[in-house]
Write a protein that binds this ligand. Structure first.
Ligand code: ADP
Length: 386
């Protein structure tokens, strides 16, 4: 049985549509990360799960039962906010005990449960302190403990690490994952940070403008993005994306930009003749390839003649920015590879295996209609479409 189900949930704030028909499930024990740019509706989803907001349309279920109209107190959710929301005048013990005491739990049980949670979160030596005497990371752990103490059916976290510095954030990412593995409580975690999503999630739910673009494992959203938006949201620098058409040229095919007329040649297209023929229709596509998977020089794949505009040196690697006609492209050079001069003309090859194709509505083409990116796991298992 799923912990929570959303069925076509919508939310209007006046004329503003915050959610436009959102459906997904939270599985038992999973760590689900909701990610997307600011304003896409992530917090609204979380607040609807918590019961702090009610949907305009659709159904929310808890444990298979309709919970759309249940009040927050009847849902048994544990919520952790960005600002911790601790009571400053209470000790750590009292903060942890607050929810249980308010629910008239017997004192001995409160003590036992608080001790259990304090041990789990390594807060035993801080129980007599006030929040003002704690570091950011410690406050964060108290906030987690306070949510955990009531044995919630689901944990909800809204950007809980955004107030911490980079070093502490990295440590807390690992601590939160470990805590999740110890407690096994299903968790929905909201962030706008792709790195948090990639490193913490069992599954990632990607949102934009009140809609879900994809739900999948970190591996799936990176290697098999369903939309151009997902493709460009994950990865740094983002995936290159150019608007192209496929045209017959010299007994084979070429990639042409309808915008600026530049042409890219295809070497050894024969291995994919059926797919190239299918792609050579009237309509255009978005062609994507990640900066880390293209190489300089002429090789098997799609060859672009580009002009270098900038080189960013980042220690272990460099990002080279270049122009293909009026399109900007980026590629990555690993440490030790010589960087080109600004203004240099360079050949760039995107191997067939790294190509991603999207239609003009930005949706991924079905496998039979593309010369496709090969998922490494599928490739290892011999399940390729090549
Ligand atoms: P996110 O968490 O992804 O930043 P939110 O869920 O907070 O996004 O907001 C989604 C959209 O709904 C935004 O456009 C926001 O301005 C709007 N919104 C959120 N809460 C309210 C509210 N209480 N009143 C009016 N508009 C709201």
């Amino acid at each position: 049985m799923d912990v929570v189900n959303f069925h076509s949930v919508t939310k209007q704030y006046g004329a503003q549509s915050a959610l436009r028909g959102v459906s997904f499930d939270v599985n038992q024990g999973e760590f689900l990360v909701i990610v997307g740019p600011s304003g896409c509706g992530k917090s609204t989803v979380l607040r609807i799960i918590a019961g702090l907001e009610h949907p305009t349309g659709g159904i929310v279920q808890f444990g298979g039962r309709d919970a759309t109209a249940l009040s927050p107190g009847d849902r048994n959710v544990g919520m952790v906010f960005q600002n911790y929301a601790l009571y400053p005048h209470l000790t750590v013990f009292e903060n942890l005990a607050f929810g249980l005491s308010a629910a008239r739990t017997p004192k001995s049980m409160v003590r036992e449960r608080v001790r259990e949670v304090a041990t789990l979160l390594e807060l035993e030596s801080m129980l007599a302190k006030k929040p003002g005497q704690l570091s950011g990371g410690q406050k964060q752990r108290v906030a987690l403990g306070r949510a955990l103490v009531r044995k919630p059916v689901i944990f909800l976290m809204d950007e809980p690490l955004s107030n911490l510095d980079a070093v502490l954030r990295e440590k807390m990412r690992m601590d939160l994952r470990r805590l999740h593995e110890q407690t096994g409580v299903a968790t929905v975690y909201v962030t706008h940070d792709q790195v948090e999503a990639m490193t913490m999630a069992d599954r990632i739910l990607v949102m934009q403008q009140g809609e879900i673009h994809q739900i999948g494992t970190p591996d799936e959203v990176y290697h098999e993005p369903e939309t151009l938006f997902v493709a460009r949201f994950f990865g740094s620098p983002p995936m290159n994306a150019i608007n192209v058409r496929v045209r017959h040229r010299e007994g084979g095919w070429a990639i042409v930009s309808p915008r600026h007329g530049e042409r890219a040649t295809i070497t050894h297209p024969g291995a994919h003749a059926t797919e190239w023929e299918r792609l050579a229709g009237e309509s255009g596509y978005w062609l994507g390839f990640r900066p880390e998977f293209v190489h300089t020089g002429r090789g098997e794949g799609v060859q672009f003649s580009v002009k270098v505009t900038d080189v960013e040196t980042l220690g272990p690697r460099s990002h080279v920015h270049a122009e293909w006609g009026a399109d900007s492209l980026v590629y990555v050079l690993e440490h030790g590879q010589p960087a080109p001069e600004r203004g240099a003309s360079v050949w760039l090859t995107a191997p067939f295996s790294c190509l991603h194709w999207f239609d003009e509505q930005n949706r991924r083409l079905r496998p039979q209609n593309r010369i496709g990116h090969v998922h490494p796991v599928q490739e290892a298992a011999g399940m390729t479409n090549r």
